[in-house]
Design a protein around this ligand. Structure first.
Ligand code: ZN
Ligand code: ZN
Ligand code: ZN
Ligand code: ZN
Length: 1228
């Protein structure tokens, strides 16, 4: 191993080492591939077609493929439509901003106890005059941006070289608007970005772009690089904002200052660029630089205010969280305490609005434990790393946004007969593009909007009339917009479909249709489709299409559920979790939706549009690699408008890919985050649908319509169960429900699937610790000599009660910024990251004492080390402990001893006993190991394998907290003889190793623990929830009352016993039905046998006894015995031990009914389920118990009483009749 400082210094770019990455490199990550002048040349060569120069330059520089097919009638269409978007956005967001700042101010003036100290400076800051300007700027930002972009586009026409920056600006602005959150920090960043871009408007004064300024340079030559750099800054800033926005509230609070400084950098950069722009222009035009300077001074003042605003911009929920963090001892204390973190994680600030809800729902997806884990990772990730990791995702988003812009331009299809809108209009109707609707609107003298219902009815009448006239005028020349091949469509424009048609026009469900909505509707129709065709699609076609996808979704789910037993055990947990999360929410929509099936000929009429839409969605999903990580990404994929338009098609495409992942899960170990991400992606889709539901509910309320009734018809009942699904998900209903079931046949599936295309993560096996290369950093070379001698990679052992107490430790010391301290960060063998940080003291005698501490990413205690160097500076040893003052344990680190050698080293005790002997042993073992390893010796492999096996067993026990002293001793031995990488591998395989005992998604009603092993479900109790127990005697025998149960649960109730993890919605009903039926059969057999025994006496019993003895538990003999006796009365026997069974025992409900598999209590208990022949240990069983006398007496008394009662009633009636007859006068 070469010495640390011998490493060539310049072998790799600075970017490969995050610690040395300077600020310039950090901000210029997404680098456009083509320089601005190249882009310009291409932009100019678009023969005749005028393109928005900004968009072209930017797009070409990033993705040349997209632009080729673009046709643009109007260069500014995109801008105008952006304007519309902004207006729409205005309606929602800017109002939100105002409300929020209102909230904020009220929060500021409210005393929030602990938070008060944090609040007071804020109060004054908000009241200051300078701050008011900024606040206004932030609040009106969304309104001012579209105008600016439009103006910049104008300037870019004159000076195309700025196009690259304008394009980047536009895309990043658009992406930010889609995010729909109102983070003030990000807003202030955009305010500065906006100011910078505004400086470019001065270019408008330079009309002659070829004019040469001082120094013989054109303005383009002068500014070109600056502009390109700016484009990079803007995209990098967009990525930083995107990363920041995705962080959870608690991360934003705890890591606030670090993240703030990252964002603040951009404020500085943009301010600097703005200066650069202004100076470049001043020089070019020869205008007074003094003048420019004066202008900049005022701008500088403004920037200070912005920075102040930035620092103070804290949302109410952030304040609330900050107060809580403070209460628990501040950020550092919270980060170090697992309990405090999980407490804060569970907390939902009262001030939190919609995204807070999302956080809550996220919690439901993943267990608290998993969530805590991911939170810790987020907390300990450095902002630079977070931004780097987000880059890939962000670039996908950029691409998507470009695609959207390109599509918008392509989408300006001019439909045949469309009216040209003049600037001069005589009424609102003149703004309508479609000639037919224009006519109607004019005729009806409607103003800006009209009631949806009224509109659709008028539309229908209009078309009816047209067709009448057309028929009458047959042969004569009569001009109508209705073609013969469109007449079929009229059938669907009727009163029954009114609701569907109105929904299609009325995108915001306001009950009114506006002119904008009309134009939006008519111009969005596919090319070549008449308006009638388009109307028919929304009248019936959408429902048909949704039905088609709904059925596809059901099929996919049926297959995915059927695949469960085939899944590789390492993936089983991930698969079950995925289904748990995704299925319930899916069912809520798919079961609620009211489908329709129509003739194939009608389907064919809509096929082209359906295919095009599916293609569009698929391409969008492929661009983001089927990974939707936020609402804005989803909007980019679906496009604008109601989510219900494409909900099922989108889900179908997502599930289709997840179905492929399931298939891969059968044969390979898939990274555990793969399905986790997949489930999260689908959750975002459902979140969007639920948001839509919330909006609709609000609207219905405003319109004073009954939501219950509305949701029973709106969008073919799609949202009905969103509104109320209690009945649907009730146990009573689940008992009855039967789901589509199918058998999964792998051979029927497409065989050539490429895991590399489907999966986003590398296979789990390759995801061990990443081996970092140790590169000498700039700081290292500047460190003082005493620090220099400790730098580099160390391998070591840390001991305490045992030697060692953890696996071999390895990290690389680098110099810290201040040249007399040093630090390292690495990942421990068990997967937890840590940092080491330290300094040194020079003693009087000249020895140098190194002191450092190791801090974990939470959970584990901090430890402190004091040591000295010896052995030519190759060994660092000393003492350590859990406090700075007390260090009772020892440690030893080596610099040039690789871990493969280190594992041969005997423990210190052997060295103390006999140093020579120990050294000799060390050398021999190391050499021996080395030789065996190089030869791949069988004994070596076997030895390593045994270590792995034992280590995993110990870990398994550790998870259950069962480790004994002997176990810890073994841990020490194994860790001493395994490298850090080995142990890391053990931990990874534990993560993917299915625990032999399944954990159910249910808690025991008796002991409240999560149920592990077998789950008992009472099939007699009928509450709101299942009554579940674990299969432990204490719980099994428990009597339990529960609020939702009318009768207490008794141990005599019948149980279904499940050993497979059930999906509540999918499996519960089936299990209960099977159990009911199984119990019935089992009772018949058991009762029959008992009766037979009573009747035939002892001879029969004796015979079975001898048979049982000879059977000896073998399956075949049990079978023959079964069939042999079946001619008379079958005597049920245990499938395992073949002894006769009677109450109480178990009966299999998964094996075919005629197999009649019984298992005796003994066998089941002993083995935790047994496998014999076709019967598997994972099969579900139903308990066969003696009907309890007490209970039955009670019942029969009751029954008898009621029987007597009914008899009495009958008798009374008869007597009354008799009396009547007797009283009646005899017929004479
Ligand atoms: Zn229990
Ligand atoms: Zn019960
Ligand atoms: Zn048995
Ligand atoms: Zn079975």
């Amino acid at each position: 191993m070469p010495g640390f400082f011998n490493e060539p210094e310049d072998t790799s770019p600075a970017t490969s080492d995050p610690a040395t990455q300077d600020y310039e490199a950090a901000v210029s990550m997404p680098t456009p591939q083509v320089s601005a002048s190249d882009a310009l040349a291409k932009g100019g060569s678009k023969g005749g077609v005028q393109l928005a120069p900004a968009v072209v330059a930017f797009e070409e520089s990033r993705d040349k493929g997209l632009v080729g097919s673009k046709r643009l009638d109007n260069a500014f269409h995109a801008v105008t439509s952006a304007q519309e978007d902004f207006n729409a956005y205005n309606g929602t967001t800017s109002r939100g901003i105002v409300n929020k700042s209102g909230d904020m101010i009220s929060a500021i003036t409210t005393d929030v106890g602990d938070a008060q100290s944090a609040l007071s400076p804020l109060k004054s800051a908000y009241e200051s005059e300078a701050m008011k300007t900024i606040r206004d700027g932030v609040n009106t930002l969304v309104n001012s941006l579209p105008g600016l972009i439009k103006a910049l586009d104008e300037v870019a026409k004159l000076h195309p070289f700025i196009g690259i920056a304008v394009g980047a600006f536009r895309i990043v602005v658009e992406l930010d608007l889609k995010r729909r959150d109102n983070d003030k920090k990000i807003a202030s960043l955009f305010l500065e970005m906006k100011d910078m871009m505004e400086a470019l408007l001065q270019l408008d004064n330079i009309k002659d772009r070829d004019a040469v300024g001082p120094g013989g340079m054109t303005i383009e030559a002068r500014m070109q690089n600056l502009v390109k750099q700016t484009a990079d800054d803007i995209t990098a800033c967009g990525n930083a904002c995107d990363t920041y926005a995705k962080k959870r509230l608690i991360v934003k609070v705890i890591k606030g200052s670090v993240r703030d400084s990252t964002l603040k950098n951009y404020i500085d950069i943009f301010a600097k660029r703005r200066k650069d722009f202004t100076f470049a222009l001043a020089i070019h035009t020869g205008a007074g630089v003094d003048d420019a300077n004066r202008k900049l001074d005022t701008l500088d003042n403004k920037m200070d205010a912005i920075l102040e605003f930035f620092a103070k911009a804290v949302s109410p929920e952030q304040q609330e969280m900050a107060a809580l963090v403070q209460k628990r001892g501040g950020s550092m204390a919270v980060m170090g305490s697992r309990d405090a973190l999980s407490e804060l994680l569970r907390l939902k600030p009262t001030a939190a609005a919609k995204h807070g809800e999302r956080e809550a729902s996220q919690r439901n997806i993943h267990s608290d434990e998993d969530d805590l884990e991911s939170l810790r990772i987020e907390l300990f990730e450095s902002p630079a790393a977070a931004i780097r990791n987000n880059l890939e995702v962000f670039e996908r988003k950029l691409k998507m946004q470009q695609r959207v812009f390109a599509e918008e331009m392509r989408g300006m299809v001019h439909h045949e007969g469309d009216r040209v809108i003049d600037a001069v209009t005589s009424g609102p109707h003149d703004r309508i593009i479609d000639p037919d609707i224009h006519e109607i609107w004019k005729e009806m003298r409607w103003r800006g909007h009209v009631k949806a219902r009224h509109f659709v009815l008028t539309l229908r009448d209009y078309y009816r009339q047209q067709i009448e006239t057309k028929k009458r005028a047959r042969g004569e020349s009569f001009i109508t917009s209705i073609h013969d091949d469109d007449e079929w469509a009229l059938e669907w424009i009727n009163i029954n479909r009114l609701q569907a048609i109105a929904e299609a026009f009325d995108d915001d469900a306001s009950g009114f249709i506006t002119i904008a909505e009309v134009n939006q509707f008519t111009s969005s129709r596919p090319k070549g489709w008449s308006l009638l065709h388009w109307l028919a699609y929304w009248a019936i076609g959408w429902q048909m299409t949704a039905t088609y996808y709904r059925d596809k979704i059901n099929d996919l789910f049926a297959q995915m559920f059927a695949m469960r037993p085939r899944i590789h055990s390492a993936n089983a947990e991930a698969v079950l979790k995925y289904l748990l999360v995704v299925y319930k929410r899916s069912v809520k929509f798919t079961s609620s939706f009211n489908g329709t099936y129509q003739a194939d000929s009608l389907k064919a009429r809509f096929q082209s549009y359906m295919d095009a839409e599916e293609q569009r969605l698929r391409e969008g999903l492929e661009t983001v690699r089927y990974d939707i990580d936020a609402m804005d990404t989803l909007t980019l994929v679906t496009g604008p408008g109601r989510i219900e338009k494409s909900l099922f098609a989108l889900l179908y495409l997502l599930l289709k890919r997840d179905h492929q992942i399931f298939r891969l899960c059968q044969k390979m170990i898939v990274h555990k985050d793969e399905l986790w991400d997949a489930a999260d992606t689908i959750m975002w889709v459902y979140d969007a649908a639920v948001n839509r539901y919330d909006d609709l509910k609000e609207l219905f309320k405003q319109q004073r319509a009954d939501p219950v009734q509305q949701f029973k018809s709106y969008a073919s009942e799609l949202f009905n169960y969103c509104h109320d699904s209690t009945e649907f998900f009730s146990l009573e209903n689940l008992r009855k429900l039967e789901w589509t079931e199918c058998e999964y046949v792998e051979e029927n599936e497409e065989q050539n699937i490429d895991s590399k295309i489907i999966l986003n993560y590398p296979s789990a096996v390759h995801n061990l610790c990443s081996i970092t290369e140790d590169i000498v950093s700039n700081g290292d070379t500047l460190a003082d000599n005493d620090v220099k001698s400790i730098l580099g990679r160390w391998y070591g052992l840390i001991g305490a009660e045992r030697w060692p107490v953890t696996a071999i430790v390895s990290f690389c010391f680098h110099a810290s910024a201040d040249a007399n301290t040093y630090e390292a960060s690495d990942v421990a063998a068990h997967g937890t990251g840590y940092t080491v940080h330290g300094g040194y003291i020079k003693k009087d005698d000249g020895t140098v004492e190194y002191n450092f501490s190791r801090t974990y990413m939470a959970r584990l205690r901090q430890s402190y080390f004091t040591g000295t160097l010896d052995g030519d500076g190759e060994r660092l040893s000393g003492s350590w402990g859990y406090s700075e003052t007390e260090k009772p344990y020892r440690f030893m680190f080596w610099k040039n001893v690789p871990p493969e050698t280190l594992i041969a080293r005997p423990p210190p005790s052997e060295f103390e006993e006999n140093k020579t002997k120990a050294l000799w042993k060390y050398a021999l073992t190391a050499a021996h190991n080395e030789a065996r390893r190089k030869l791949f010796s069988w004994s070596y492999i076997k030895e390593r394998r045994a270590i792995r096996k034992e280590y995993l067993e110990l870990l398994e026990r550790e998870t259950d907290d069962l480790n004994t002293t002997t176990d810890f001793d073994r841990f020490a031995v194994l860790e001493r003889t395994s490298t850090c990488e080995d142990v890391r591998r053990f931990y990874v395989s534990r993560d993917y190793h299915q625990r032999p005992v399944p954990t159910h998604f249910a808690r025991c009603d008796a002991c409240r623990e999560l149920i592990r092993g077998a789950r008992l479900i009472c099939i007699d109790c009928r509450g709101k929830d299942t009554l579940d127990l674990c299969d432990k005697p204490a719980c099994r025998e428990a009597t339990k009352t529960r609020e939702d149960l009318t009768q207490p649960h008794l141990p005599t109730h019948a149980f279904a016993k499940a050993r497979r993890v059930l999906n509540h919605i999918r499996d519960y009903g089936k299990l209960i039905r099977l159990s009911d039926a199984g119990l019935e059969r089992a009772r018949q057999l058991l009762d029959g046998a008992a009766r037979a025994r009573e009747a035939t006496g002892d001879s029969k019993i004796a015979q079975s006894k001898t048979e049982t003895k000879s059977a000896g538990g073998s399956r075949e003999e049990a079978d023959t015995m079964g069939s042999g006796t079946s001619t008379t009365v079958t005597q049920p026997v245990c499938v395992s031990c073949s002894s006769k069974v009677s109450y109480p025992c178990w009966y299999c409900v998964d094996c075919p009914a005629d197999a009649n598999i019984f298992v005796c209590n003994n066998c089941d208990e002993k083995n935790g389920g047994i496998t014999v022949g076709e019967h598997l240990n994972t099969h579900s069983l139903v308990s066969c118990k003696v009907r309890v006398a007490e209970d039955s007496v009670e019942k029969s008394t009751e029954q008898r009483l009621s029987a007597v009662e009914s008899k009495l009633t009958v008798l009374t009636a008869q007597i009354e009749k008799l009396m009547e007859l007797m009283a009646a006068p005899r017929p004479s």
